[in-house]
Design a protein around this ligand. Structure first.
Ligand code: ACO
Length: 375
């Protein structure tokens, strides 16, 4: 009789499946290449973090400007790819549209057949720019507007808001969004990064790895939770109903989106930054309702379940305050995490070994074939 896997075993909980020098989570501290996320969120820009993840060090001013220029220029989606992508239905969830669009991008990539580290870094840069163009284009196209190309000389945060809304974003919104991108850029061996590494390890290609990762990020137990948080806040409707609503949901044994984490048991270090951003934006916009409701939900879930908010919880109200449509929340996660995914693909390929674990067989044994007419 086969032994039944424990829940922890089934989820590969705490299993070390690779080594990395890109990102660590140790004693509840998240660090990118040794730099504490608190330090980076407070002092760095997303451009610097992108460079750090991809090239292993903080850039000089010239290196940063060169890379940001390459991201903005690479972010222009080629006409032949647009021809295919613009044929996709716009009524599908944006993560599905994005997953297929990124796959199409591979055909027109100038390094299509080149899997070298240099070519993969170039693909990483182009994909970082193109993801922003695609996500913002999806929203524009479904609203009958043409996509906007990124502005060279501007940051990813600026370009995302500019390409989405079609107007110069204000400095506070750009700074807020830049911090959000920093906080989502990498997270050790999370599910989507694992997918990317598994795909890369077969010596497939960068676009396939990123397509796998997008498909994995989409799920509500991973990146899809931020969208679900906003949907939940919308259902709660007003702060006075938050406590009763959450108690009823917990009584039904529903999972409250944006709470709990596989790795952090004493709190996700990213959540406090997002909480502050949500509060500040709410005050600035004169609409603290979503922040206040979030605080109440947070209080009840902590009290009733002892669960703390994760990165997805306060990012929901923050993005909402930035005027971003709810179904773009998870695609935004992808626009940031593409930097981590691509860095991990390069790292995987630098010391590659096929990732091929085993499964414990629990099915029937000693079966004998029965002809189809006799079944
Ligand atoms: N709401 C209510 N109960 C919860 C929650 C939650 N958000 N999270 C965990 N629990 C409970 C579970 O029901 C389970 O209780 P039980 O032992 O009585 O059955 C216990 O806590 C352990 O939970 P698991 O789901 O087994 O823990 P796991 O490590 O597998 O899950 C996960 C982590 C998936 C993040 C989980 O906490 C969850 O589903 N949270 C909601 C979705 C979410 O916010 N996902 C985003 C995660 S961050 C990210 O990926 C970017």
């Amino acid at each position: 009789m086969a032994t039944v896997l424990t829940q922890a075993e089934a989820g590969l909980e705490d299993i070390i499946a690779t080594s990395t020098s890109i990102c660590s989570i140790e004693n509840g501290v998240l660090a990118y290449r040794g730099y504490n996320i608190d330090d980076l969120a407070t002092n760095a820009t997303f451009g610097e973090v992108t460079y750090l993840l991809l090239y292993g060090k903080l850039p000089t001013r010239t290196e940063l400007e060169t890379m940001e220029k390459a991201i903005a220029e690479g972010g222009k989606v080629p006409a032949d790819a647009w021809k295919i992508i613009k044929g996709f239905p716009l009524t599908v969830p944006p993560m599905d549209w994005l997953r297929s669009a990124v796959s199409v991008l591979s055909f027109s990539d100038p390094d299509y057949k080149d899997g070298s580290n240099e070519a993969n870094l170039r693909k990483a840069i182009r994909l970082t720019g193109q993801m922003t163009t695609l996500v913002t284009a999806f929203d524009r196209l479904r609203n009958g507007k043409e996509p906007i190309e990124p502005k060279v000389g501007k940051s990813q945060a600026y370009n995302f808001l500019y390409q989405l809304l079609g107007q110069e974003p204000d400095a506070t919104s750009v700074k807020t969004f830049d911090i959000c991108l920093i906080l989502h850029a990498d997270h050790e061996l999370n599910a989507s990064t694992f997918s990317a590494r598994v795909t890369a390890a077969t010596l497939s290609d960068m676009h396939s790895a990123i397509t796998s990762a997008i498909g994995t990020l989409k799920g509500p137990l991973h990146g899809g939770a931020n969208e679900q948080v906003m949907i939940m806040l919308g259902k709660i409707g007003e702060a006075s109903k938050a406590e009763e609503w959450i108690r009823a949901a917990l009584a039904r044994k529903d999972k409250i989106m944006g709470f709990g984490h596989r790795v952090y048991k004493n709190g996700d270090p990213r959540a406090k930054h997002l909480m502050k951003l949500s509060e500040a934006l709410g005050k600035m916009k004169g609409d603290t309702k979503w922040f206040e409701m979030s605080r109440l939900v947070d209080g009840v879930v902590q009290k009733e379940k002892g669960l703390l908010p994760n990165v997805d919880f306060y990012s929901a109200s923050t993005y909402h305050y930035l005027g971003i449509p709810t179904d773009l929340f998870t695609p935004i996660f992808a626009c940031s995490r593409v930097t981590g995914w691509t860095a991990h693909v390069c790292e995987q390929l630098a010391h590659n070994r096929l990732i091929r674990p085993r499964a414990e067989y629990q099915g029937a044994r000693d079966q004998h074939y029965v002809a189809i007419d006799k079944r």
